[in-house]
Design a protein around this ligand. Structure first.
Ligand SMILES: NC(=O)c1ccc[n+]([C@@H]2O[C@H](COP(=O)([O-])OP(=O)(O)OC[C@H]3O[C@@H](n4cnc5c(N)ncnc54)[C@H](OP(=O)(O)O)[C@@H]3O)[C@@H](O)[C@H]2O)c1
Ligand SMILES: [Zn+2]
Ligand SMILES: [Zn+2]
Length: 325
């Protein structure tokens, strides 16, 4: 362990849809052997001599990144996720020190430089806090970046791990929140999460009823989908923020839908380390947690299938201790 590193164990790790994309090489960038998991909480078990932020026994979290260059313009602005030399992701990227493939949190311990380790506020339940490390920060960061405020009309596309956190954050920021879902059966649940309205996206009449309505759309849908009907629901100057999609858009979007109403199509990647601490503290302050289902790691393949069907409320969390029981 290096002087600035913390070791953490007693893990609980939540399961992100990105784990499925990577385990199945759906983005074409996977490197095997691959150990997913980037929503990690645990307890510090050892620290290097130069570590000052964390001590043995602290409850801590590790999200999607474990390193970056730490000197470029993005890193200097606390935006390590946009590091100009490329951030080192928690799994499946070359370690900056020894070049080996990083291994994620479906594991029982991890060693990470203290800068990339965040504090879990005492008020938060540990397992329910784990998904904040990715699903939470990924939805919080763009809503903050675009200045979502009281009275804004925000649409959340898809209610899974990211989407249900997006509803909670948009509501906490004072917005009027609408869930767009392909699953009509989720309407009641969505209202319980804080959504004011629900639109079933497969129903053209419901989509038409909100034409030109929204200031912001936060799009968490994990597969290529037609953006055009969603762009139609934005006001002029409205912003459609992609977080779920990194593939080519298919069918092509109609540029006129942007040009004619000065609309913006944007993207956003997780959030920086300082902002990840901020969202954890925000959740503690506002009583926001993730809705979770505990999972035995031996059921991980079934869990992936259930996630693809949308059959989880709304994040699986693996307690690594069960493996040793
Ligand atoms: N940008 C980033 O930094 C970042 C960070 C984390 C994750 N991600 C990506 O964000 C995406 C969502 O992750 P997640 O963990 O929230 O996934 P998830 O829990 O599986 O939820 C995705 C939701 O999208 C909707 N959906 C799923 N398949 C669909 C389909 N074929 N057509 C239309 N809607 C569909 C479903 O909601 P309804 O049933 O309500 O329609 C589903 O609950 C993934 O692609 C993940 O890789 C990006
Ligand atoms: Zn993730
Ligand atoms: Zn950098």
């Amino acid at each position: 362990m290096a002087l600035d590193e913390c070791q953490s164990s007693a893990f609980k790790t939540a399961v992100c849809h990105s784990d499925i994309h990577q385990a199945r090489n759906e983005w074409g960038i996977a490197v095997y052997p691959l150990m997913p998991g980037h929503e990690i909480v645990g307890k510090v078990t050892a620290v290097g001599a130069n570590v000052s932020r964390h001590k043995v026994g602290d409850l801590v979290g590790v999200g999607c990144m474990v390193d970056s260059c730490r000197h470029c313009e993005a890193c200097a602005a606390d935006l390590e996720q946009y590091c100009l030399e490329g951030p080192t992701m928690t799994y499946a990227t070359p370690d900056r020190v020894d070049g080996s493939n990083t291994m994620g949190g479906y594991s029982d311990s991890i060693v990470v430089s203290e800068h990339f380790v965040v504090r879990i506020p005492e008020k938060l339940d540990l397992a329910s806090a784990a998904p904040i490390l990715c699903a939470g920060i990924t939805t919080y960061s763009p809503l903050k970046h675009y200045g979502v405020k009281a009275g804004d009309k925000v649409g959340i596309l898809g209610m899974g791990g990211l989407g249900h956190m997006g509803i909670k954050f948009a509501k906490a920021l004072g917005a009027e929140v609408t869930l767009f879902t392909r699953s009509a059966g989720k309407a009641e649940e969505a209202r319980r999460q804080g959504a004011d309205h629900v639109i079933v996206s497969t129903d053209p009449a419901q989509m038409q009823s909100v034409a030109g309505h929204f200031n912001f759309l936060l799009d968490t849908i994990p597969v290529p989908h037609d953006l055009n009907p969603y762009l139609d629901t934005l006001r002029f100057d409205g912003v459609h923020i992609l977080v779920g999609l990194i593939e080519p858009v298919d069918p092509a979007l109609h540029a006129g839908k942007l040009v004619m109403s000065r609309r913006v199509l944007a993207g956003s990647l997780i959030g920086g380390i300082a902002e990840t601490q901020e969202v954890l503290d925000f959740c503690a302050e506002h009583g926001i947690t993730c809705d979770i289902e505990m999972l035995d790691i031996r059921q991980i393949n079934e869990a992936y299938e259930r996630m693809i069907k949308g059959d989880v409320k709304y994040r699986f969390v693996i307690d690594m201790a069960t493996l040793k029981a």
